[in-house]
Design a protein around this ligand. Structure first.
Ligand SMILES: *[C@@H]1O[C@H](CO)[C@@H](O)[C@H](O)[C@H]1NC(C)=O
Ligand SMILES: *[C@@H]1O[C@H](CO)[C@@H](O)[C@H](O)[C@H]1NC(C)=O
Ligand SMILES: *[C@@H]1O[C@H](CO)[C@@H](O)[C@H](O)[C@H]1NC(C)=O
Length: 333
């Protein structure tokens, strides 16, 4: 029940705008390129959310479209011209993290960028965003702005940085407002020490209802086999996020202080929401000390708290299997 974060992308891989799913979101270049989630801006600014669109690259991997730099208007026009059919499902993955975790964020971006796309093509649109509270340090503000300008996968919420003091609530309740004009089917909360296999999750979600869903690693309490979902990563359907967003009792009863995953379960249980519950155990799990409990059918593996554990994860899932031999590097991963 901890919280961290991560995400996806790199411009060193071939990006083809035309392969991006429908909309590239405009990043307000210039400003703290980030989406300071300002409620009063309303839906007219929703589209100024990050550009971090996961695209299918030629190689079939995920990419986050580069956010800044280029001619955004042209990029959007081009994207519209090749608008694809509506995907079967749309998923927002929010990786909760903190500004200073630059190195981890880079690893997590790559972890998403190098994953295969779900098949059949266009079955899912999956957007990965790194989620922060307000960035107060001026150095971080500049460096995070540079990331946002380039990767476009940053969301900054109006909260003070914290793990168990309301950040998840701010995330779940801001998303319905931020993306009101173009809603997702599902909203996921995950951390930067979690490796999510997007294809495996999409395969699970395809057959699930689109409403009243709460899916993750179910935690049993008493007679209830799934009282709440572990914070390593859980998914709620859009209606559930909207319900959290509109529920003033959660704030009135100060019910945002404490272990975020347990609290989300508590809100939903009290409100009788998220009744379509699914636990993906044992396909979601913590990597053990010896790092020998990986499974081929993994949906989520968690506790990747250092580079060594990320390296083991990439090795197990053959992430560099496609690396072409070259005289330019001699790596023996
Ligand atoms: C952020 O939240 C604070 C306290 O909840 C509020 O007073 C302020 O107006 C908010 N700022 C923005 C930009 O929405
Ligand atoms: C809510 O919780 C915070 C932190 O635990 C505490 O400081 C505050 O007094 C509480 N407010 C109410 C109304 O209970
Ligand atoms: C990685 O590649 C090896 C060799 O091709 C294969 O046996 C193994 O199943 C792959 N692992 C996963 C998790 O796909």
């Amino acid at each position: 029940m901890k919280t961290a974060s991560s995400s996806s992308s790199s411009h060193t891989f071939p990006v083809t705008a035309s392969l991006c799913t429908p909309y590239l979101l405009l990043v307000p270049l210039g400003l703290l390129a980030v989406v300071l989630v300002i409620p009063s801006l309303g839906s007219s600014h929703v589209r100024s959310d990050g550009l971090g669109v996961l695209c299918r690259a030629d190689a079939g991997g995920y990419l986050v479209a580069p956010g800044g730099g280029g001619d955004v208007t042209a990029a959007v026009a081009e994207t519209k011209a090749v608008a694809q059919p509506k995907p079967e499902l749309r998923l927002l993955v929010g990786v909760l993290t903190t500004p200073k975790r630059y190195e981890r964020r880079n690893i997590v971006r790559l972890a998403y960028a190098l994953q295969p796309a779900p098949t059949p093509a266009n079955v899912a649109r999956v957007d990965v965003r790194f989620v922060f509270c307000r960035v107060t340090d001026p150095v971080d503000a500049q460096l995070v702005a540079v990331e946002a300008a380039h990767h476009g996968d940053i969301i900054v919420l109006n909260c003070t940085e914290n793990m168990n003091d309301g950040k998840t609530h701010e995330y779940l309740s801001s998303v319905p407002r931020l993306f009101a004009s173009d809603p997702y089917d599902y909203v996921m909360k995950t951390d930067d020490d979690t490796y999510l296999r997007v294809v495996a999750l999409v395969d699970e979600l395809r057959s699930k209802p689109r409403d009243d869903v709460y899916l993750g690693y179910g935690f049993a309490v008493g007679d209830d086999p799934m009282q709440f979902m572990h914070g390593m990563g859980y998914v709620v359907s859009w209606d559930v996020a909207e319900w959290v967003s509109a529920n003033e009792d959660i704030l009135r009863y100060n019910d945002t202080h404490g272990p975020e995953d347990l609290l989300v379960g508590k809100w939903l249980n009290i409100g009788r929401r998220g009744k379509n519950r699914y636990s993906l155990r044992p396909r979601m799990y913590d990597l053990n000390w010896d790092m020998d409990n990986f499974r081929p059918d993994t949906v989520v593996v968690h506790m990747l708290k250092d580079n060594r554990r990320w390296a083991a994860t990439f090795r197990y899932f053959n992430v560099t299997a496609g690396l072409q031999p070259s005289n330019l590097y001699h790596l023996a991963p």
